[in-house]
Design a binder for this molecule. Structure first.
Ligand code: ATP
Ligand code: MG
Length: 628
């Protein structure tokens, strides 16, 4: 089928379209209405229908594919690989569900999960889904304060954690962070279930509150727990946004709409069907991890690969060796991940047999053209940039190789996905801009299935954050975009990241791309820094490829300035270029421009709790000539 027809059908007849897609999942009670939209912008997909994410992800596959691998959890940190069939997954999830139920968790109760990419994190998520508890996975390794904020927002009955994670061979104890967070929180959980990996032999223990997972598991080894049938619009989970632009928002997801959207996206977008293998390098604590390490592949009856570790350990070919070993068909990663590899020898990309691999999807940040070119040539596969948000739960923009593969345009995440009525509108007038002109990317409500239903416990914040920017009630993505004549969209950066040089508004993306076309540059970040004359001037922070080490740093910085000036005009030429070892990123791999900007303006960098590596900021302080 043509992409155009498939997409258009979803727009012209949304109820017919989604009714058809809904047949891909199991309903205990069929929906009484495909869409109820009596209270915009709130909407109810598949109202009255009852279903269950765990049943669709696990139980439903037992007859046809009980012995097929459901989950492969690989850790290059511990050196352990666990291959888990659908039958084994079913057992593990039942046992886990019985355990958390014995700790008082029931339908509607929240459970915070604070774990690295290990099989038990998936068991815990699916166990919650099974009994109708609402999980909230918090990225393992977040600081205690950050965890406490999320605990107070979600008010969980139970927190499930690992004793420790590992990163680059270093053990990072989690339990002390959990203890500190529970101390700080005003609404701490009644119980903490600790999954010990033997990494922290003697964790501090609060008797009565702390429960040892291995011991409790013994009690429930044979347990079976019936699936709880949930109304389609009940909450399935909460997931906080990355916090790149401020205080994270507790995105609330539903049950039925999410399952249907994922089922569609698995075959139509990611081109993965039952029995095939998908490898997403995401962490379970991120939206991609929820949708494409856990629920999506399992709902599709595919095999999902979960990876704990660095892309460069034990060597920079580790991802491709996994693709070879398991016959991965579709891989999903981030531009940030590829840029890490780009600092290594490209020969690593050619050491493994990638004949099964069809597609590499990348999402999360703008994919700059040099990086896209490098990886396209390096692995000889089609790279598909796709754009979405924690809020949407699945792609807004992508290409659809499972339906009709349109040509890739470098720099663009492609075309709107089914159900998304996207527009690019002028920030001031709210009118649609002409093709080729820059505006804000918005989605006309009702949002399609899979997207957030509200902000947890705060409908007012849901309205204020997303639907209050224009006189028409439109969902604002808060990202700048351009659409070309063919309908392809290009994302230019966040609306609050714009740099205003003497009245000229520069997108961060164009400047960063221009920097990264310099052969020595691995990655660049640009921020607008206050300037008495021009309002703001662009200031660049860049990391170099290893080939650039020992190079003439001052000369390179000057060359970058000159290059941007040449490519984008004098107005965009960076006032200063700092060459640094690492850029500050959120734990999900997004550049924290607001912290860079604050440091460059000698202000307090603000809430750094989502920062991945605090060392990066220290180095930048030094580069700027500021003390700690
Ligand atoms: P917060 O909303 O708390 O500030 P965040 O926006 O970083 O955090 P996420 O939901 O993880 O949290 O990220 C979504 C954002 O990531 C998008 O709005 C967009 O800015 C960026 N993004 C995602 N995919 C792409 C892509 N393919 N191209 C360009 N930008 C992308
Ligand atoms: Mg956001």
């Amino acid at each position: 089928m043509r992409y155009e027809d498939f997409y258009q059908r979803s727009i012209d007849d949304p109820e017919g379209f989604w009714a058809e897609q809904a047949r891909a999942i199991h309903w205990h009670v069929p929906p009484r209405a495909i869409l109820e939209y009596g209270d915009p912008p709130f909407r109810k997909w598949f109202a009255g229908g009852t279903t269950n994410l765990c049943h669709n992800a696990v139980d439903r596959h037992l007859d046809a594919r009980g012995d097929q691998l459901a989950l492969v959890a690989i850790s290059s940190e511990t050196g352990e690989t666990r291959e888990i069939s659908y039958r084994e997954l079913h057992e593990e999830v039942n046992v886990f569900a019985a355990m958390i139920r014995s700790l008082g968790v029931g339908r509607g109760d929240r459970v915070v999960i604070y774990m690295p990419n290990m099989a038990e994190a998936v068991f815990a998520m699916l166990a919650c889904a099974r009994i109708g508890a609402v999980h909230s996975v918090v990225f393992g390794g977040f600081a205690a304060h950050n965890l406490a904020l999320r605990i107070d927002d979600a008010r969980p009955k139970l927190l499930v954690c690992a004793d420790a994670g590992m990163r680059g061979g270093k053990v990072i104890p989690y339990k002390p962070l959990v203890d500190a967070a529970c101390e700080e929180a005003r609404h701490p959980p009644a119980h903490v279930l600790v999954v010990s990996r033997g990494l922290d032999p003697e964790p501090a223990w609060i008797p009565g509150r702390d429960i040892d997972h291995a011991a409790l598991r013994e009690e429930f080894r044979e347990a079976r727990v019936a699936v709880e049938w949930l109304e389609s619009n009940e909450p399935s989970y909460l997931l906080y946004t990355s916090g790149t632009t401020g205080k994270p928002k507790g995105v609330q997801r539903d049950v039925g709409g999410y399952a249907v959207a994922l089922a569609l996206s698995m075959w139509a977008i990611y081109d993965v069907r039952a029995g095939q293998v998908m490898f997403s390098t995401s962490d379970v604590g991120w939206a991609v991890g929820h949708s494409y390490n856990v629920y999506g592949p399992l709902i599709a009856g595919a095999t999902s690969i979960l990876y704990e570790g660095l892309p460069t350990h034990p060597d920079p070919g580790v991802w491709w060796s996994i693709c070879e070993k398991y016959g991965v068909r579709t891989m999903f990663s981030s531009p940030t991940g590829i840029r890490v590899l780009k600092k290594q020898d490209a020969a690593w990309l050619r050491k493994h047999d990638l004949s099964a691999l069809q597609w590499l999807f990348l999402a999360g940040e703008p994919l700059d053209e040099p990086t896209a070119q490098w990886i396209t040539e390096g692995i000889g596969k089609t790279i598909i940039d796709n754009y979405w948000q924690t809020e949407t739960g699945w792609p807004v923009l992508s290409l659809m190789p499972g339906v009709d593969m349109k040509p890739v345009k470098f720099g663009s995440p492609g075309l709107p996905m089914p159900g998304y009525r996207i527009r690019v509108i002028d920030e001031g007038s709210g009118e649609d801009v002409a093709p080729g002109e820059k505006g804000v990317l918005v989605i006309e409500p009702p949002l399609p299935p899979g997207c957030l239903t509200t902000v947890w416990g705060d409908d007012a914040r849901f309205m204020a954050s997303y639907f209050s920017h224009f006189k028409e009630r439109l969902y604002s993505s808060l990202d700048w975009a351009i659409r070309d004549e063919d309908g392809y969209a290009f994302i230019l950066g966040r609306t609050d990241d714009v740099i205003n040089v003497a009245g000229h508004r520069l997108g961060t993306r164009e400047v960063e791309e221009s920097c990264s076309t310099h052969p020595d540059v691995a990655e660049a970040a640009v921020v607008g820094v206050r300037d008495p004359l021009k309002g703001q001037v662009p200031v660049v922070f860049a990391t170099l490829k290893s080939a650039g080490e020992g190079a003439d740093v001052a000369g390179t910085a000057e060359a970058i300035r000159a290059q941007v000036g040449r490519q984008l005009g004098a107005i965009a030429r960076p006032a200063r270029v700092y060459v640094v070892g690492a850029l500050p990123k959120t734990r999900s791999g997004k550049l924290l421009r607001r912290s860079l900007q604050a440091l460059a303006e000698d202000r307090d960098p603000g809430d750094l709790s989502t920062l991945d590596d605090p060392g990066a900021l220290e180095e930048i302080r030094r580069a700027l000539g500021r003390g700690a």
